[in-house]
Design a protein around this ligand. Structure first.
Ligand SMILES: [Zn+2]
Length: 293
């Protein structure tokens, strides 16, 4: 079975090139989508500087510069697939995406994680170009948790679940991968999104009718990236629900980690999915979106 991790980063969480490869071998992962993360320094949490080394290397194009993705892919081209997303607010963002695709073979437009609404004209222009280039767009969503100016600074990214719907409508030729707390909290039709980034997987059972499910049924250009705690916890709230969801949308869910543990594979194996469905989610769907030998 071909296993592809559809969301990870170089120099991330204490893993350099050698440790990343050893970790992939340990968990039977043939390939990893290596995504950049480019935004102004004041838009991401300062702890990111503990988790990656773009800044240590003097690269301001971060926190995860494309140069680090490229460095990995050049050393092990058979193990990595390049992702690159310029900041859409950069006046030359479209030219940068084209260059990354044409010169370096970047195949995914991601990770988009910036403090702006993803249905802005600048974002939509970039996303439409990504669609023309057959580059799927990986989007990180997070809600603002700062209610007054006295609250500690919090991160928000992308807008709301309604922003995502407008993006899906505006770019029907582009495939989007939903990711992160602001996306996954809407797997359930409840009000948790107003207060929590993450559910309590024991207590917060799924209420059917969540926006994620409605968007999947309505927009064929939406896929799901199950990476990080957000994706894993969403699918752990009600395993019978998750099993049925993954069978219904077996062509639209992608195994992905954004970390270096094996909890996402363990979760998928615990759902008692038909073998053909498991194969698609663990690697077949990623292979379809980005065909490689
Ligand atoms: Zn993310």
């Amino acid at each position: 079975m071909r296993i592809i991790d559809a969301h990870n980063h170089p120099d991330w969480l204490g893993h350099d090139f050698a440790r990343t490869l050893a970790n992939m071998d340990e968990y039977g992962i043939q390939r990893t989508w290596l995504l950049s993360h480019i935004c102004p320094r004041n838009e991401h949490h300062e702890t990111y500087f503990d988790n990656m080394c773009g800044a240590v290397l003097g690269m301001t194009d971060g926190p995860t510069p494309f140069a680090r993705c490229l460095s990995y892919a050049e050393r092990a081209p058979e193990r990595f697939i390049l992702g690159y997303a310029p900041d859409p607010r950069d006046r030359e963002a479209c030219r940068l995406l084209l260059a990354a695709n044409k010169i370096y073979g970047a195949k995914i437009c991601g990770e988009v994680k910036i403090r702006t609404m993803y249905d802005s004209p600048d974002c939509l222009r970039l996303f439409r170009l990504a669609g023309e280039l057959k580059m799927s767009v990986v989007m990180h969503f997070d809600y603002d948790r700062q209610t007054t100016y006295k609250d500690p600074w919090t991160e928000w990214y992308g807008g709301t679940i309604h922003t995502l719907e407008r993006v899906l409508q505006a770019c029907p030729e582009t495939t989007f991968l939903g990711h992160a707390p602001g996306f996954w909290i809407h797997i359930s039709n409840d009000d948790l999104w107003k207060t929590n980034s993450y559910p309590n997987v024991e207590k917060d059972k799924i209420v059917p009718g969540g926006e994620v499910v409605r968007l999947l049924r309505t927009y064929p250009n939406l896929c799901c990236d199950i990476s990080a705690g957000s994706g894993r916890m969403a699918l752990s709230r009600d395993k019978q629900f998750s099993k049925e969801l993954l069978i219904e949308f077996q062509d639209r869910f992608l195994y992905a980690r954004d970390c270096f543990d094996n909890l996402h594979q363990e979760l998928l194996h615990s759902l008692d999915l038909p073998e053909t469905v498991l194969e698609k989610i663990l690697g077949g769907n990623a292979q379809r979106l980005v065909p490689v030998n």
